[in-house]
Design a protein around this ligand. Structure first.
Ligand code: FES
Ligand code: FES
Length: 323
């Protein structure tokens, strides 16, 4: 067979010299010299069939090409925890990346980033999936995305979903990196079957890995969460002492406001964020804090605080935010 010889439609390809206008010859050297990737991209995107291009012309065209091609960007509306987020995403961007880097939602953890550990598990239309390998561009068509932040019913211990409460009070974790993923896989299981056998629990959690090896306690946790969801009385290994009473005597929360801010200087590690969140939660009127190394979302009681006071608190804590 003649090397690189192909037949073609004369109206879709430029031709090089050849016996007929409907054929052209590409040697392997030509192919590599003229950027095999461009040929493949043309085929994949249906943007036309690549033609042989002189190196100088190719360099000039690359110099004018923006780094992010509009072809690679999509506008989507992500429905996360019952809130709609309009965002422009790269078609190669994972849901975890969009949530953390663009939306400031840090309610799922990243472990392996390779669809192997389940730490990033979220639910899409009720099914547990790995947010690290799910493309955001394909999840803006009305799919319901749910994270651990979306399953509690209110503030405080009493607002926690039984699955969240069970993981906490039964100690179904050690370092906690895997916990949000286990919570979401457990939630998905118990929403469809609140009386699973041990085998069914193991099967439902088979996509989640705990590097601390807390499997025995995790399975007990799931069993206790299931019992609570069936309405049975449950005795946890480490029940809360005093905290629920403290919630009862705490000042009631009135209307709240929530706002996202971007730090002037990004934090070095997410552990710094945890320290900042703890500090802010000591301030009367701060209701909830979430965020990443780059952004923070603060919810506050409008009867006690306003935006200026929240900004001031962030500055005093050493993390000023952009106007
Ligand atoms: S971080 Fe997604 S599966 Fe490990
Ligand atoms: S608690 Fe550490 S990885 Fe599971």
């Amino acid at each position: 067979m003649t090397e690189g010889k192909q037949s073609c439609r004369p109206d879709t390809l430029e031709t090089t010299s050849g016996p007929t206008p409907c054929s052209f010859t590409v040697t392997r050297r030509d192919f590599l010299r003229t950027n095999a990737g461009a040929v493949a991209a043309g085929m994949m995107t249906g943007s036309g069939v690549a033609t042989l291009v002189e190196p100088e012309a190719e360099a000039a065209s690359q110099a004018q090409t923006p780094v992010s091609s509009p072809m690679a960007m999509r506008k989507v509306t992500l429905d996360i925890d019952d809130r709609k987020h309009d965002v422009t995403v790269d078609v190669r961007e994972s849901l975890w990346e969009t949530m953390n880097y663009k939306l400031g939602l840090s309610s799922s953890n990243l472990g392996c980033d390779r669809a192997q550990c389940g730490a990033c598990t979220v639910l899409v239309d009720g099914r547990p999936v790995n947010g690290c390998t799910l493309l955001s561009a394909r999840n803006g068509r009305g799919q319901k995305i749910v994270t651990v932040a979306g399953i509690s019913s209110g503030p405080g211990v009493r607002g926690l979903h039984p699955v969240q409460r069970a993981f906490w009070l039964e100690g179904g974790f050690q370092c906690g990196i895997c916990t949000r993923g286990f919570v979401m896989s457990t939630y998905a299981l118990l929403e469809r079957n609140n009386n699973p056998s041990r085998e069914e629990i193991k099967d439902a959690l088979s996509g989640n890995i705990c590097r601390c090896g807390e499997y025995a306690k995790i399975i007990t946790t799931v069993e206790k969460a299931a019992a609570e969801m069936r309405g049975e009385a449950v005795a946890y290994t480490a029940p809360l002492v005093g905290l629920e009473e403290a919630e009862d005597t705490a000042a009631p929360i009135g209307d709240t406001a929530s706002m996202g801010f971007e730090f002037v200087t990004a934090m070095g590690t997410i552990e710094q964020f945890d320290e900042l969140a703890l500090e802010l939660q000591q301030i009367p009127g701060i209701v909830r804090v979430s965020g990443t190394e780059r952004t923070i979302t603060v919810e506050w009681d409008t009867a006690r605080l306003d935006e200026a006071r929240v900004r001031q608190a962030l500055t005093e804590a050493g993390y000023p935010v952009r106007p």
